[in-house]
Write a protein that binds this ligand. Structure first.
Ligand SMILES: *[C@@H]1O[C@H](CO)[C@@H](O)[C@H](O)[C@H]1NC(C)=O
Ligand SMILES: *[C@@H]1O[C@H](CO)[C@@H](O)[C@H](O)[C@H]1NC(C)=O
Ligand SMILES: *[C@@H]1O[C@H](CO)[C@@H](O)[C@H](O)[C@H]1NC(C)=O
Ligand SMILES: *[C@@H]1O[C@H](CO)[C@@H](O)[C@H](O)[C@H]1NC(C)=O
Ligand SMILES: *[C@@H]1O[C@H](CO)[C@@H](O)[C@H](O)[C@H]1NC(C)=O
Ligand SMILES: *[C@@H]1O[C@H](CO)[C@@H](O)[C@H](O)[C@H]1NC(C)=O
Ligand SMILES: *[C@@H]1O[C@H](CO)[C@@H](O)[C@H](O)[C@H]1NC(C)=O
Length: 591
């Protein structure tokens, strides 16, 4: 009989079956995509707690002279009016105090030299003499402009970490100082640090972290049914699914454009509808609900295996209520809102992975003003009871985008979230931290993004960047890429959704494809990242131990092993995730 490879291959498989019938596959079951790995490895010195003694001086102070005030006041001078003095903590720790302040920036400062193109990470430990006050780190540039390096809500009697950063647009001297609106309080400061990083250093740190956080090194060992290692077996590795949710917003144009549907489904497996699930879209007229558009979009997503973040149940901005809602009395609003939350959450129960429950409730308080301070918390509770398996998010802008926004800063964010989660029953829900990520034009402040993520990460709750876009202008593609890399490299970030898309669908801030669905430079950058953040396919051979070792992006894989003698092949499905790091996975094949 003439040798027939296909025939032999089938025979080989049959033999494999009879020989290895009782051997079980070791592929772990795919996990729910939102189940969290609890061991974050964010900057371990970051904390949102208020400590009895100040914590460590990052980078030994970096370019700050006398960062711990161990050499009296050397390097520091009074800024504005007021006075400074050194004091000792109960544990004999020396710190600096700004007192007799008359203006918000009256404090003390040190002159540093900023170098164009560098990112600067800033940190300091802060206490106020009375009550609770927001304190910011400010940089006065040589042009006399004050640039915020971040803020913290500090307390009396304990030390809080202010962690932030700036980007230097130009080279020159700048004064680092501290600011607090309330001039009747004294500022206590200790263990200050300002550390420069070149763009190249920053990028290489991102790359290192991506390798550490998003990939795992595993060893595959090929053994036959007698338990003997198979040398020189040909192995094809193919990634069939990526673990990290990197998705894109979607609007109603998807329903009337096949090109948009094709463009989207070729790239993304996660989405958020930009407006179509919002109350003002589904109940334009009081009492007349219309889910036709949202339903059709959900159907499109489900047909294409695209997971959906629900956005949003309520929006706390008074501007974005349905018109008829704006004029309701408190009791009417309570009833209408009750119907709304029951209607939308019940309708999509079990089909979404998340809900933005009360959007932007740090900046705004439409519902709290009319219905009471714990309204957001109460809606989290209701949403959870209606849809217990979806993750319930706060969702806010400026928390990572803009160092000058105290209201939405990470320490206020965590305070608000804690308030919501301590509401009766809310300790059982799956919480999420949503940071929108609407960046303006120009170089994003990566040091501030990272610092804010580090502080948010201390809560041990998954963070998603939920609406990433970057303002139009020169370098937009590069800035978008920098922001996306910053998110992907942060261990506490568990998903990224962009609010971007093709021009024909009206995405005019970050446009990814032109009228003809050709990539814009920003679209090109996104496609490159999608490609870079997956392993792709490759072929290799086992070594003398029947093994091969490789670092793979997390996700699902098909490992095909060819038996060189029998030309049979075995396909094994493996889910590579953090828990498999450093492990050896046996692949059993037939004769
Ligand atoms: C903070 O600064 C003090 C000096 O003021 C220093 O003795 C102490 O070691 C610093 N704390 C940490 C945790 O490094
Ligand atoms: C302390 O500061 C003075 C300047 O005020 C400087 O001459 C001296 O070298 C500093 N000492 C140390 C140990 O840094
Ligand atoms: C300033 O702080 C003091 C002390 O905590 C407090 O009594 C006062 O109300 C604050 N002033 C303002 C304007 O917040
Ligand atoms: C750099 O430029 C941006 C955009 O104009 C600005 O927001 C930022 O404050 C500047 N940073 C510094 C340190 O001057
Ligand atoms: C909600 O707030 C109201 C006052 O606005 C208070 O009476 C009530 O106890 C709060 N409910 C919970 C569960 O905290
Ligand atoms: C961008 O789109 C929005 C809504 O689709 C529209 O209101 C706005 O005018 C557009 N801006 C520009 C610059 O085209
Ligand atoms: C397994 O062992 C049996 C008995 O020793 C032997 O007959 C058979 O050829 C072996 N199979 C393989 C695939 O090495």
């Amino acid at each position: 009989m003439k040798e027939n490879p296909r025939h032999l291959s089938i025979l080989g498989m049959l033999l494999a079956l009879s020989c290895c019938l009782l051997l079980s596959q070791s592929a772990p079951a795919p996990a729910h995509p939102l189940v969290t790995d609890s061991s974050y490895d964010y900057d371990s010195s970051a904390t949102a707690e208020c400590l009895a003694e100040p914590g460590s001086t990052a980078y030994k102070g970096g370019i700050i002279v006398n960062p711990e005030f161990s050499n009296s006041t050397a390097g520091w001078t009074v800024f504005g009016k007021g006075a400074i003095e050194l004091r000792r903590s109960p544990e004999s720790n020396v710190f600096m105090v700004a007192l007799h302040r008359k203006a918000s920036r009256d404090s003390f400062s040190q002159r540093v030299f900023l170098e164009e193109g560098n990112h600067y990470s800033f940190s300091a430990w802060i206490q106020v003499s009375k009550g609770t006050e927001a304190v910011a780190a400010m940089f006065r540039t040589s042009e006399g402009v004050f640039v915020s390096g971040g803020s913290v809500v500090a307390n009396q009697g304990c030390w809080s970490l202010l962690k932030g950063g700036i980007f230097a647009n130009s080279s020159g001297p700048a004064d680092v100082l501290f600011e607090s609106r309330n001039t009747s309080i004294d500022l206590f400061i200790d263990n200050v640090s300002l550390q420069p990083f070149s763009k190249k250093q920053w990028r290489s740190h991102q790359d290192e972290r991506i390798k550490k956080v998003r990939k795992s090194e595993v060893t595959f060992r090929v053994i036959d049914c007698n338990g003997t290692e198979v040398r020189g077996a040909i192995i094809s590795v193919k990634q069939t699914k990526t673990e990290f949710p990197f998705g894109c917003g979607l609007n109603f144009h998807i329903l009337d454009s096949e090109e948009y549907r094709n463009w989207f489904s070729a790239r993304f497996k996660y989405t958020t509808f930009t407006n179509s699930m919002k109350w003002y879209s589904t109940e334009v007229k009081r009492g007349i609900e219309n889910y036709a558009v949202a339903d059709a979009m959900v159907a499109f997503a489900e047909e294409n295996g695209i997971r959906i973040r629900g956005h949003n149940i309520f929006w706390d901005d008074p501007k974005y209520q349905p018109e008829w809602v704006k004029t309701l009395s408190g009791e009417e609003l309570r009833a209408a809102a009750e119907r709304r939350i029951n209607s939308v959450v019940t309708r999509y129960n079990g089909r979404l992975i998340a809900w933005d429950v009360v959007n932007e409730n740090l900046h705004f308080s439409f519902f709290e003003d009319k219905l009471g301070k714990n309204t957001s918390a109460a809606y989290f509770s209701t949403a959870y009871s209606l849809d217990p398996s979806s993750r319930m998010f706060m969702n806010e802008y400026n928390t990572i985008e803009y160092s000058g926004d105290v209201t939405a800063g990470p320490s206020n964010y965590l305070k608000r979230l804690k308030g919501i989660l301590t509401y009766p029953g809310n300790d059982r829900l799956l919480p999420g931290i949503g940071v929108e990520g609407h960046f303006g034009q120009g170089q994003p402040n990566l040091a501030y993004i990272r610092s804010s993520l580090d502080i948010l990460a201390t809560a041990g709750i998954p963070i998603w960047m939920t609406e990433v876009d970057v303002g139009k202008g020169p370098g937009q593609d590069e800035y978008l890429e920098q922001v996306l890399r910053e998110g992907f490299s942060h261990p506490a970030v568990e998903g990224i959704i962009m609010f971007a898309g093709p021009e024909s669908a009206g995405f005019n801030v970050t446009t990814l494809a032109d009228r003809n669905f050709k990539n814009t430079p920003a679209g090109e950058a996104v496609d490159r990242l999608i490609e870079e953040w997956r392993t792709g396919s490759f072929e290799t051979r086992t070594d003398d131990q029947g093994s091969f070792k490789t670092a793979l992006y997390h996700g699902e894989y098909e490992i095909r092993v060819e038996n060189p003698v029998w030309r049979s092949s075995t396909v094994t499905k493996v889910e590579v995730k953090k828990a498999l790091r450093g492990r050896t996975i046996d692949i059993k094949i037939g004769p």
